[in-house]
Design a protein around this ligand. Structure first.
Ligand code: APR
Ligand code: PHB
Length: 390
């Protein structure tokens, strides 16, 4: 088989890029290790910045997002028993975010690929890129007993944190930067009315909590838990009790609880791999970088990688201009590191660290007091939350 761009990974990054390229007449083959049902069974974050929503529309995948997604002009930070609102609209001069679940967004992308008869190969086993430094790289995968070879011009590694693409870059070329946090988030999805129209990020001595939503009948809540905790240890009742303890009393009083329809624990990690290009392999999204979910930057940072790659590949195929491909790694990483900084900052501001001193604790309080007393500090938070420009 021959294609122009072989994409490894059928998460949002790979799907969005293949859809955008197809619309420009560039041929892609996408290889996904899992079944479609498996990919669509994953529950992930649900806050989209304006740039990501724009890319979805450009990919002709924005109709349902625009119909069912909710525009949020602000969110709350609960601390010290009360709540302060971050007015995104006011502090960014009119910007906002779109609340639309990643699962729904991925479903829209798959349906768009189907409509265009895009080549998406599921259950591709043992995917392996080869000869990445040559002008004629290829990718192999196993389909039952048969090994299939795909010849291409470029390989895109959009196969997430545990994928094969990053591992194909030699150890003496790749640099990895990592920070592992000493806690995780226990998340619950429930068919209940959300406690608030806007998200509430709560800082509490017992640990961080987040009230989020997927729609007016579907809520998503999280609490910070030690890494040693397991889902089995947390009954629904225990979860709701602990969440209530961490919210301001008036919010806890109106929390509607119900049976969980999904419950999982995700450890918090910051990670960046450099460079994001090796020969004719380009990394994008979680394959190259991970953030803790606190600022909802994960999917959005994948979005900026896809934007840069899309522009670069179109410039190459339509105009023979390779400047974008040459500059991709540096350009993407410049924005990636800003998202790393913001996610680390918000995580540090709102979580309870097991080894923190009384001094650290006071600093957290001072940081929050400063934030809500300074229009400049709020503007900085808001600017990062709605997404820095591409
Ligand atoms: N071969 C083929 N596919 C693979 C391989 C492999 N060896 N390894 C992993 N994959 C697939 C995974 O099954 C997954 O469907 O690659 C896909 C990667 O998708 P994601 O992990 O969702 O990563 P990405 O598309 O970059 O999405 C960005 O933003 O909100 C964050 O982490 C969140 O997934 C989200 C990410
Ligand atoms: C979510 O709805 O899952 C969510 C929202 C905001 C975050 C993280 C997760 O910062």
């Amino acid at each position: 088989m021959r294609t122009q761009v072989c994409i490894i990974g059928g998460g949002p990054s790979g799907l969005l890029l293949s859809q955008l390229l197809h619309l420009k007449g560039i041929d892609t083959v996408l290889l996904e290790r899992q079944s479609r049902e498996y990919v669509l069974g994953r529950i992930r974050a649900g806050v989209l910045e304006h740039g990501f929503a724009k890319l979805m529309r450009e990919a002709r995948c924005g109709d349902r997002m625009d119909r069912e997604g909710e525009i949020h002009d602000g969110f709350f930070i609960a601390h010290g028993g009360g709540m302060d609102r971050v007015d995104l609209h006011k502090h960014t001069g009119g910007s906002s975010v779109m609340v639309y679940g990643q699962t729904e967004l991925t479903r829209d992308l798959y349906e768009a690929r189907d409509r265009m008869q895009g080549v998406v190969i599921h259950n591709a086993e043992d995917v392996l890129p080869h000869e990445l430094l040559s002008v004629a790289p290829h990718v192999t995968y196993r389909d039952g007993d048969e090994v299939v070879r795909i010849d291409c011009d470029y390989v895109i590694g959009a196969d997430g944190f545990h994928g094969v693409s990053r591992k194909s870059i030699p150890k003496d070329v790749l640099r990895e930067y990592e920070k592992v946090y000493p806690f995780g988030w226990l998340g619950v999805l429930s068919r209940t009315k959300p406690v608030s129209l806007e998200l509430i990020y709560a800082r509490n001595e017992r640990g961080f909590a987040l009230c989020s939503l997927r729609s007016q009948v579907l809520s998503r809540y999280y609490i910070q838990v030690p890494l040693t905790d397991t889902v089995g240890q947390w009954s629904d009742d225990a979860f709701w009790q602990e969440l209530k303890h961490r919210l301001p009393a008036e919010v806890a009083a109106r929390l509607v609880t119900g049976a969980s329809i999904e419950k999982s624990i995700a450890p918090l990690r910051s990670f960046v791999a450099e460079p994001m290009r090796y020969g004719n392999l380009f990394l994008a999204g979680d394959a190259a970088h991970i953030v803790p979910p606190t600022g909802a930057r994960g999917l959005n940072t994948a979005g900026s990688d896809i934007h840069y790659l899309y522009q670069a590949l179109v410039a190459h195929y339509q105009r023979g201009d390779d400047a974008g491909l040459h500059g991709y790694s540096a350009q993407a990483l410049a924005r990636v590191w800003k998202a790393q900084r913001f996610s680390w900052w918000l995580t540090t501001l709102l979580h309870t660290f097991p080894d923190s001193s009384a001094y650290d604790h006071k600093l957290q309080q001072a940081e929050l007091a400063y934030l809500f007393s300074s229009a400049q500090a709020l503007a900085s938070l808001a600017e990062n939350y709605v997404g820095l420009p591409y």
